[in-house]
Design a protein around this ligand. Structure first.
Ligand SMILES: Nc1ncnc2c1ncn2[C@@H]1O[C@H](COP(=O)(O)OP(=O)(O)OP(=O)(O)O)[C@@H](O)[C@H]1O
Length: 928
């Protein structure tokens, strides 16, 4: 059943303000009846204009003053008509329920505080918001519920007051209206009842007023006294405060002084500590200074030692430089010894297709390790070829490159090198030069090695390496590194200077590591394939050329070199007849044949030492001009197939390669040997010349003695003359002895030098011989044997002449020996000694000639260093016809010149001696 709700609701706000209206934003009150409860909503969302109500203060006072404080929401009734609640909890939406109320009308007052809301700012801090006289009618069994809803913030409910309203239903009595001083409601009161109530209340209030007045008087007195005592206490307090402040000030200044004192003491302590430390430092430093002063001489020594070391280092550097130069020279000599053109033959394995068709092999590798290769015909060897190296199908890429490696070193030493692969299509030219990804060929390995050696030498050399890749197809040069737009440009060869060629416009890609090289090689090979329908066919019919340009600078002596390494994969060498070609194919084949035969012609001309080398007959030879012949080194791989079906092509390739290899048969350059021989010859000539001069002076001496003898007539005269002669002879003999001694010393030295030099030469030769041995074994022996024989003949002839000369010499010395004067003895000994030296020198040089020219033969004959002297001795013993060797007794053992009186004067003997000297001299001249 719906409750009857009073329309007379007021929302009041406690305030000191007495006029004007307040606008309460966000608070509203509504009442809704429900079935068994009367609900009072306090809604914070509504707009309500609140009227000020002065009485409200009184109501609030009353509640705060006299009201009990209840902590719960229980309904407490006092006399069954009023309920108070005082609640301090802060809540959001909440409700109070009042049950068991007796039936009747009730006033409900609400006091609550809303914080954080606009109401709060209107009402002021901690002042309650009041809602008074909400009158509700409660029937039997109904309850009153006060519900707060939609409230923002945290309301603090301070009071809920419920009062029983006077019964509105009249029982027929005459009613007066009494306005409630508390709530301003008109309360209907009966007139009698009103008088009694008024009297009672007047009395009650008067009594209360009196009590309050007296209480107020009392309180006023108390207040006055309290005020007075407070004032005096205040004065005393002020005084005490002043004193305290004074004291505090004094104390603080004292404290500050104490504190400052402490600080200063600490600072002084710290400073004195620092001074001690500084003193210690000072003494240590002065100690060190003394030590330094003491160590100055040591330091000077050290500086000079360091300087000496630096000088030593410089010296070592120079020596290292020299050694490097020697190494390069020797390396070059070894390379020279091997020949400037080398031919390696490589045979590929039978292909799968060939094996499956049961194709047989026509190549015999039994003597491959000796550089020999046999071509079989119906099981027996038909023809044998010899090359610098023969690689069987079992030899891998590393084995092959190991043999090409020395040439790579030559490029870094400043020599031009050309390595090319020649052979029939499909014999493995590309395999040898380029290789496959897992089996890199000569090109890649060469570049790896170049970078490796360049790195090893980087403290004495700087190297700039650049690469060009080009192709010669149909006698046209195509740059494979150029951009596609400019690839159509024709390249031509220009002569830059004498012996130097350049290709203007050719790309030279600078490379600094092997990865860059690999990129360039890839770029080249992919460019090669562009524009061709059949890549393999195109590649077979063009020459692919890789040019590596090495610019080197020697950091030690500033020498700069620029050398080239050509790596060429030639076009297939099939003969024209076999290609069975027409039109364009025929032209291609003709061009290939022309360029390959031009290559053959160039190397043949080089072999024949022809004055004109036909480089310009093809683009290929023209390009390679500065790397073929001259000081440059060439390596050719002749690639062959083992198949019986390719026999004729194989034979043709092998014949071509043999023609190329002919170049190597030219005599290797042996510059060192000739120059040394020349030196020794000069030394001998000098010695001979000196000896001749001495002979001349001797002869003059003898002539003058003969003249003197002829003039002697009287004894005194004779004696006088004899004395003069003796004196003359003595002085002449002494000077002569000195001269002879000097000469002997000189000769000894020369012999020693020549011996040691010969030994070093022999060492070098031995080393060369060891390296040559291999080479010599393969070389065509017939021409060498002829030369050896020729040289041996010459040697024998020389020996024969020499023995004749010595026999004549010995016979003449035999004749003059019985009465040889001191001068004569010295002269003949000198000559014999010279002869000995000459023979020895000639023997050595012959040996050297033979050794260098025919190292293979010499290796059997030439004694080792330690054996050289034994050989000499043996020769002494065995050659009885040789002139006797001089016995170096030294000048002390020389026979003293006899006085003229003791010597028989023998004119004929003297003239015989002179004659013998003359003969000997003539023989020597002939011999010389
Ligand atoms: N020594 C070898 N070992 C193994 N396989 C080889 C050898 N030589 C060549 N081959 C193989 O034989 C085939 C032909 O070789 P390659 O292409 O190198 O011949 P080519 O002479 O360069 O031919 P073209 O003249 O057509 O360029 C290739 O498959 C190659 O891998």
């Amino acid at each position: 059943m719906a409750s009857e709700v009073s329309k007379n609701l007021t929302l009041a706000v406690t305030s000191d303000s007495t006029n004007g209206g307040f606008e309460s934003k966000g608070l509203g009150v509504s009442m809704e009846p429900s079935s068994d409860e009367v609900v009072l909503f306090v809604n914070a969302g509504a707009q309500t204009i609140v009227e000020p109500d002065l009485n409200m203060n009184l109501v609030a006072d009353k509640y705060f003053e006299g009201g009990d404080i209840f902590q719960t929401n229980e309904c407490i009734t006092e006399g069954g008509d009023v309920a108070f609640i005082y609640h301090t909890a802060r809540l959001g939406n909440f409700q109070y329920r009042f049950d068991n109320l007796p039936e009747g009308d009730y006033y409900i007052d609400l006091h609550f505080i809303l914080e954080d809301s606009d109401i709060f700012s209107v009402v002021g801090a901690n002042r309650p918001l009041q809602l008074v006289d909400s009158r509700v009618k409660v029937k039997m069994g109904e309850a009153i519920v006060v519900r707060f809803e939609g409230i923002t913030g945290s309301p603090l409910v301070s009071e809920i007051c419920m009062r029983k309203a006077p019964n509105l239903l009249d029982d027929g009595l005459n009613h007066d209206f009494l306005r409630c001083q508390n709530c301003a409601a008109d309360i209907e009161v009966a007139s009698v009842q009103r008088k009694v109530m008024r009297k009672k209340s007047v009395e009650k209030y008067e009594k209360k007023i009196q009590e309050l007045t007296s209480q107020c008087q009392r309180k006023t007195d108390e207040c006055y006294q309290a005020w007075m005592s407070l004032t005096s206490a205040n004065d005393q307090l002020e005084k005490a405060r002043m004193e305290l402040e004074n004291k505090l000030f004094q104390t603080s200044s004292l404290c500050r002084y104490e504190h400052d004192k402490k600080v200063w003491v600490a600072a002084v302590k710290d400073l004195s500590h620092r001074i001690t430390v500084l003193k210690q430092d000072h003494s240590q430093l002065s100690l060190k200074a003394h030590q330094c002063a003491d160590s100055v001489p040591d330091l000077n020594n050290m500086v000079s030692a360091v300087q000496a070391l630096v000088a030593q280092c410089e010296d070592l550097k120079m020596k290292y430089n020299e050694e490097q130069a020697k190494r390069r020279k020797l390396h070059n000599q070894v390379e020279d010894a091997k020949g400037n053109i080398r031919v390696f033959c490589r045979c590929r394995p039978l292909s799968r297709a060939e094996s499956s068709t049961g194709c047989s092999t026509v190549v015999d590798f039994d003597a491959a390790s000796n550089g020999e290769l046999g071509i079989l015909n119906s099981g027996s060897i038909k023809k044998t070829f010899r090359f610098d190296r023969v690689f069987t199908p079992n030899d891998n890429q590393v084995d092959v490159f190991a043999q090409a490696l020395p040439l790579v070193t030559s490029v870094l030493d400043g020599y031009n090198v050309c390595i090319f692969a020649y052979g029939q299509t499909g014999t493995g030219k590309t395999f040898t030069m380029e290789g496959t990804e897992g089996n890199r060929g000569v090109n890649y390995q060469t570049l790896v090695e170049l970078f490796k050696i360049a790195k090893e030498r980087n403290d004495s050399f700087t190297y700039d390496i650049s690469v060009s890749v080009l192709e010669v197809y149909n006698e046209q040069i195509r740059d494979l590194l150029t951009t596609p737009s400019s690839s159509s440009k024709k390249l031509e060869i220009k002569q830059a200077a004498e012996g130097l060629h350049s290709i203007p416009g050719l790309v030279e890609e600078k490379v600094e590591n092997i990865q860059e090289v690999w990129n360039v090689l890839l770029a080249g090979s992919s460019a090669r394939a562009v524009g061709s329908n059949n890549v393999n066919e195109h590649n077979s019919r063009s020459h692919c050329m890789l040019c590596i340009i090495v610019k080197a600078k020697n950091l030690l002596n500033g020498e700069c070199t620029k050398s080239k390494l050509w790596l060429v994969d030639l076009a297939g060498s099939e003969r024209l007849a076999k290609t069975d070609a027409q039109g364009e194919r025929l032209k291609e084949a003709q061009n290939i044949n022309r360029s390959l035969s031009a290559l053959g012609d160039v190397v043949s001309s080089l072999a024949n030492k022809s004055s004109h080398i036909p480089y310009r007959n093809s683009k290929l030879t023209h390009l390679l001009q500065d790397s073929l012949g001259g000081e440059s080194k060439t390596l050719m791989f002749v690639q062959i197939s083992p198949s019986e079906h390719d026999l004729s092509e194989t034979l043709s390739s092998l014949n071509f390669a043999t023609r190329v290899r002919g170049v190597e048969l030219g005599p290797p350059r042996k510059q060192i040997d000739t120059s040394e021989l020349q030196k020794l010859k000069l030394m001998v000539d000098k010695a001979k010349h000196e000896s001749r001069l001495k002979d001349e002076s001797l002869r003059k001496l003898e002539e003058s003695s003969q003249n003197v003898e002829g003039k002697i007539k009287g004894k005194d005269q004779v004696k006088e003359l004899e004395n003069k002669l003796t004196e003359q002879e003595q002085s002449g003999a002494i000077t002569y002895q000195h001269k002879v001694r000097d000469l002997e010393d000189k000769l000894k030295e020369q012999v020693k030098e020549s011996k040691s030099y010969t030994m070093t030469l022999q060492d070098k030769i031995e080393e060369l011989e060891r390296k040559l041995k291999e080479q010599e074994q393969y070389s065509d022996s017939t021409s060498l044997h002829l030369k050896i024989k020729e040289l041996e003949e010459k040697l024998k002839e020389k020996d024969r002449r020499m023995s004749i000369a010595t026999i004549a010499d010995s016979s003449s010395s035999m004749k003059s020996s019985p009465r040889e004067g001191p001068k004569h003895i010295g002269g003949s000994r000198d000559k014999k000694f010279i002869n000995e030296v000459e023979q020895y020198v000639l023997r050595s040089s012959n040996l050297m000639n033979r050794e260098t020219a025919v190292g293979y033969n010499l290796s059997k004959r030439l004694p080792r260093n330690s054996e050289v002297e034994n050989v000499d001795n043996n020769e002494n013993k065995s050659r009885k016809s040789d002139p006797p060797r001089p016995h170096h007794k030294g000048p002390t053992k020389m026979t003293k010149p006899a006085p003229a009186s003791q010597r028989p004067v023998n004119h004929s003997r003297t003239s015989n001696q002179t004659q013998a000297f003359k003969e000997q001299d003539n023989k020597e001249r002939v011999w010389a």
